[in-house]
Design a protein around this ligand. Structure first.
Ligand code: URA
Length: 237
């Protein structure tokens, strides 16, 4: 693909804007040599204003989602896309969140521009385990683990029972829950069905991928071996 089209598709501007960036000498190689629109160079050697060019299609980003931001493009309040560079939303194909977290849920949220990868991660068939840490309004009763693991638990207004989930009790009002599905408000509704109320909810991991040291509100691009961790063996419930 021609460089102008490639860079425009990555959201840096229209083809006209990018052609102007070439003329202004803002697009260089790794040694700072100015590139021309018809040069043929490896993607990872291209710099825009001395910064590495964003990765090509297949971009996967991890965000440590803070409280109070919505997984939506249109919400009138703050949205997760406000925490990422604006050009990520105008890439072609655009970057989309992999499933959603509620406004009041924090933690690991993935984004990708790779539709096939997105569907592979969220498909219940893929059995990718998501681990949530919850603090609760009431003491646990003691029977929740059995209920959540049963494979027969029904949520209100749903037709299919929930797949078995694993509860790890960390304290009287503190637990981790591992689920392999992504139903609407699933974790909150599971605890509500067990007579409790989730006060805080944080997603710790997706498959074998964890947040690591990523600070709240920050994002970073994942390397291919980190993306593979999402599907790594032993990362299912
Ligand atoms: N379950 C919930 O209830 N909320 C989330 O954000 C994710 C899972």
């Amino acid at each position: 693909m021609k460089l102008v089209k490639l860079i425009a598709n990555l959201g840096y501007g229209s083809r006209k804007d990018v052609a102007q960036m070439f003329r202004a000498g803002r697009i260089t190689d790794a040694d700072g040599e100015v590139l021309y629109a018809d040069d043929v160079v490896p993607h990872d050697t291209i710099r825009v204003d001395d910064e590495p060019l964003d990765p090509p299609v297949g971009l996967v980003v991890m965000l440590n989602k803070p409280l109070g931001v919505t997984c939506s493009r249109k919400d009138p309040g703050r949205v997760v896309y406000d925490l990422l560079p604006p050009r990520f939303s105008v890439r072609s194909p655009a970057l989309s969140s992999v499933g959603r977290l509620d406004r009041d849920t924090t933690g690991l949220l993935l984004f990708t521009d790779d539709g096939a990868l997105l569907h592979r991660i969220i498909s219940p068939k893929a059995q990718v385990a998501k681990v949530y840490e919850a603090t609760l309004a009431e003491d646990l009763r003691g029977d929740e683990g059995q209920l959540f693991a049963s494979g027969t638990m029904m949520l209100e207004s749903e037709k299919e029972p929930l797949a078995p989930a694993v509860l790890e009790v960390l304290g009287p009002r503190h637990a981790c829950l591992t689920v392999t599905e992504g139903r609407y408000h699933q974790v909150r509704r599971m605890f509500a069905a067990a007579g409790n109320h989730v006060e805080t909810l944080r997603r710790l991991s997706v498959g074998g991928l964890t947040l690591g040291e990523l600070p709240l509100g920050e994002w970073r691009v994942l390397a291919a071996d980190e993306v593979a961790l999402i599907f790594s063996p032993g990362a299912t419930a």
